[in-house]
Design a protein around this ligand. Structure first.
Ligand code: GPU
Length: 812
């Protein structure tokens, strides 16, 4: 048989018998056990391998098709991926759900037992990491040749336990039992240098030799990323740090110095030991910079290796390659590619710069000044001495351009420089990312506009064409088809087919069904059944959810003030006609973010107080499930009635939870922030509860000397709520939160309190009218089509990446 003809593989069977046969083969040959002694974990591992084999066959055809067409590739560089649980996804994407259920049953287990053992790899913090996962899903679904590069952290985002004392953090050893979804690829191992010094190259003015002081190995493994409704299977390639053999000190070990013997190896392997659990705040730690360079160095060498499989001429590199930087975390890739091209491949500086600039594109995910990464010059100098020299050269050329365009404007040069001088010299990674790329985008319309008008205004003036918007999106597969099977089935029935799962704009067809009373009734009972499954509270109560990372700008404190106000109103009038509500908070706080952790603790305490109050508890319940992650989100979102998106306008770059909730028929109460604006524009005023300051008013309020006390003084209910929190009944934590609000209130919670609480009154009015609410719910889903990450990827492909699909033939 000629292996170069096609992929040389037999197709795996599609019948129940064939599937079961394959499962048995895997049980005996790969798991090494028997039917009689198979545990639930054996069943899980074996099923996973059986499903994986089906994707691997498609992967082989995909790779063959990509190799044959030598296409332009998208490489997505991201420090974070929140891929979610894999088994259920891969059953759906391989169309083997029913085969799997019966095969597993024959082994004596249910599919649910087995799915419970599937642990999600928590290799990210929040929205940014989940966005990366949605984009790679949609890249595969759109048949775009792509690889996602990331770090295989041994420990993912911490496991959170909520008690009345607030949040505690436990390590997340996600791959403790192994991970059946990944393929190690030790042959593609890379060598990464750190520290050391540079030496001149005789006869060259631009080239240098970098002599690193430490060497670490990067070992890749990949996970399969199947497209939905297509044969494409792409990969994410994750790097683990490995110590070289030489770093184990055998003589020390023999002398009984066990700790010292492994010390160097431990230090090397610590690079991929743990995900930094901070979300959108800059963290100035040497190990974090090491992680960033580790990811970049391994990935760029891999990209170059792949390029050279089919190409020789460097002039084609930027035509065959686009590298998307997911925020600034991988921005050191810009000087690293320059270093490879100039020092190692001996290209002229100008030619190397031309290639580099054309290769990269940068997505910015924030407006918060504290989230814009900068690194101390002396740290980069120590860790990456050659990169600092290259950054200086890039900056010199860049500032010449600025000087030529704006002669004599020294102030502008100072503002735009890649190097910040005061109070200490630091490298501004966002500036480096803008200078070294072909395109820069924000993640929602308002965000992209504010980037151009504020944070990056000088750059937008210099290079207006470089700045774009690509509004975020979410995978309809994971966030409705998998998460909400009941609603998905009803939609499929209502629309007469399941084409909407690949073409989400088709949901618009639900609009007319909103007027159909029996359809509304079914919609409503599905929402109720999802609430019963979630078991968070009375399924007939208004399920009001705020699920996202804890951050002051997102304003969980504003939601808490509302809860306290409801509590006080009910206490004052127990016989009132109250709308029963279940308020669900979920989310993690960065372990060192004390204000956010205070808030979690305060919410937990308030929840307990309400639960213990016989007068209030029939109407108001506050729940705070532990450990919010993708898996938990998939359970909460289908059960939500009301979606809280109440960040201070101008602070949330986009938000993506807002899209997931609207897609599942939750109605949003929200500010004019991030993608809320685009949701509001599509669902319309009647189907969205809008309140609060807009971004310009919020910025203006600060400038005009905002006084939180004035709001406290003039609003009796607000005063009562804050006084209750600060009264001592909730301890020191209540005190701290209350006085932070009264003293400074960075995110204007008090300014928006009255508008918010009154808006919640309109929510209750709408809720009392079941028909009206259900109509709103259906129309939210109907108008969510735009928020598919398939559309996001199509936007990037057309306007930033300029790539086309490469379909994978069904047979080889
Ligand atoms: N985001 Br910067 C993160 O999750 N982590 C970060 O470090 C930074 C941004 C979020 C934004 O806060 C959110 O608004 C956005 O929807 C998401 O990235 C994806 O773009």
């Amino acid at each position: 048989m000629d292996l170069r003809q096609g992929i040389g593989l037999r197709k795996l069977g599609k019948t129940a018998d064939e599937f079961q046969q394959d499962l048995l083969s895997n049980l005996y040959y790969r798991r090494g056990t028997t039917v009689e002694s198979a545990s639930a974990r054996d069943a899980y591992e074996t099923l996973s391998l059986t499903v994986r084999d089906r994707l691997a066959e498609r992967r082989a055809r995909t790779a063959a098709a990509h190799y044959a067409s030598n296409p332009r590739w998208v490489y997505y560089l991201s420090a974070e991926y929140l891929l979610g649980a894999q088994l259920e996804q891969n059953l759906l994407y391989s169309g083997t759900g029913e085969l799997a259920a019966s095969a597993v049953k024959a082994l004596g287990f249910s599919l649910e037992d087995v799915e419970d053992l599937d642990v999600e790899p928590g290799l990210g913090n929040g929205g940014l990491g989940r966005l990366a996962a949605c984009l790679v899903d949609s890249l595969a679904t759109r048949d775009i040749p792509a690889v996602g590069y990331g770090i295989r952290y041994d420990l993912g985002i911490f496991r959170q336990v909520i008690t009345e004392n607030g949040q505690t953090e436990l390590p997340d050893d996600w791959a403790f039992h192994g991970n059946p979804w990944e393929f190690p690829a030790p042959d593609d191992r890379q060598t990464v240098g750190f520290y050391g010094h540079t030496e001149p190259v005789p006869g060259s003015t631009t080239r240098k030799v970098w002599v690193p002081g430490e060497i670490v190995l990067g070992e890749p493994s990949h996970m399969l990323v199947p497209g939905y409704g297509t044969d494409t299977v792409n990969i994410v390639r994750l790097w683990s740090a490995k110590a070289s053999e030489a770093s184990f000190d055998l003589s020390r070990f023999s002398a009984g110095q066990y700790a010292e013997a492994v010390q160097e190896a431990v230090r090397a392997e610590n690079i991929s030991k743990v995900l930094y659990p901070d979300d959108s705040t800059e963290l100035g730690r040497e190990l974090r910079l090491k992680q960033q360079y580790f990811l970049v160095s391994c990935s760029l060498r891999d990209i170059v290796r792949r390029f050279r499989l089919r190409n020789e001429n460097w002039d084609e590199f930027a035509e065959k390659t686009v590298i998307q930087l997911n925020d600034t975390h991988p921005t050191i890739a810009i000087p690293e590619l320059m270093r490879l091209l100039v020092d190692e491949y001996e290209l002229e500086w100008d030619r190397a710069w031309e290639i580099t600039r054309k290769t990269f594109a940068y997505t910015c995910h924030t407006l918060l000044p504290e989230a814009l990464e900068t690194w101390p010059v002396r740290l980069i100098e120590k860790l990456l001495p050659r990169h600092l020299e290259i950054i200086y050269l890039i900056n010199m050329h860049f500032l010449r351009t600025v000087g030529a365009r704006f002669p004599g404007d020294q102030e502008r040069v100072r503002r735009m420089s890649i190097i910040q001088e005061e109070p200490e010299r630091r490298v501004r990674m966002a500036h480096l990312a803008v200078v070294g790329t072909e395109a820069v985008n924000g993640v929602a319309e308002l965000h992209s506009k504010l980037l151009r008008e504020t944070v990056l205004d000088d750059f937008a003036e210099l290079w207006p064409a470089k700045f774009q918007n690509v509004t975020n999106g979410i995978s309809p597969r994971r966030f409705i088809r998998i998460a909400n099977p009941r609603l998905s089935d009803l939609i499929t029935e209502g629309l007469g087919g399941d084409g909407w799962v690949r073409d989400l704009e088709k949901l618009a067809g639900l609009e007319s069904l909103a007027d159909d009373a029996s359809f509304r009734e079914r919609w409503r009972s599905i929402k109720r059944a999802n609430k019963v499954d979630l078991a968070a509270g009375d399924p007939d109560s208004l399920t009001d959810v705020m699920i996202k990372r804890f951050h002051e700008y997102k304003r969980q404190q504003l939601k808490l003030l509302h809860v306290v106000t409801l509590y006080q109103r009910i206490r004052a009038n127990p016989a009132g006609d109250w709308v029963p509500r279940t308020v669900l908070f979920a989310g993690k706080a960065a372990p060192a973010y004390h204000a956010a952790k205070d808030l979690i603790r305060l919410i937990a305490t308030v929840a307990a107080t309400i639960a213990a109050d016989p007068v209030v508890s029939p109407y108001l319940k506050v729940v705070f499930p532990s450990n919010y992650n993708v898996t938990l989100a998939e359970k909460i979102i289908p059960a939500a009635d009301l979606s809280e998106q109440i960040s201070l306008a101008g602070k949330e770059a986009s938000g993506t939870g807002n899209m997931k909730l609207a897609l599942n028929g939750a109605v949003t109460i929200g500010t004019l922030d991030g993608a809320n604006i685009e949701i509001h524009a599509r669902v319309g005023d009647d189907n969205f509860f809008l309140f609060g300051l807009d971004a310009y008013e919020a910025a203006q309020a600060r400038i005009n000397g905002y006084q939180p006390r004035a709001f406290y003084d003039h609003d009796e209910e607000l005063r009562a709520a804050i006084d209750a929190l600060g009264s001592g009944a909730f301890g020191e934590v209540g005190h701290r939160v209350a006085s932070a609000l009264l003293g400074w209130d960075e995110y204007l919670a008090l300014a928006d309190y009255r508008a918010y609480v009154d808006c919640q009154g309109r929510v209750e009015e709408a809720w009392r009218d079941h028909d009206r609410w259900t109509r709103m719910s259906i129309l939210n889903t109907a108008h969510s089509g735009f928020f598919s990450s398939d559309r996001t990827v199509a936007d990037y492909a057309a306007r930033i990446w300029r790539v086309s699909p490469v379909p994978v033939p069904q047979e080889n």
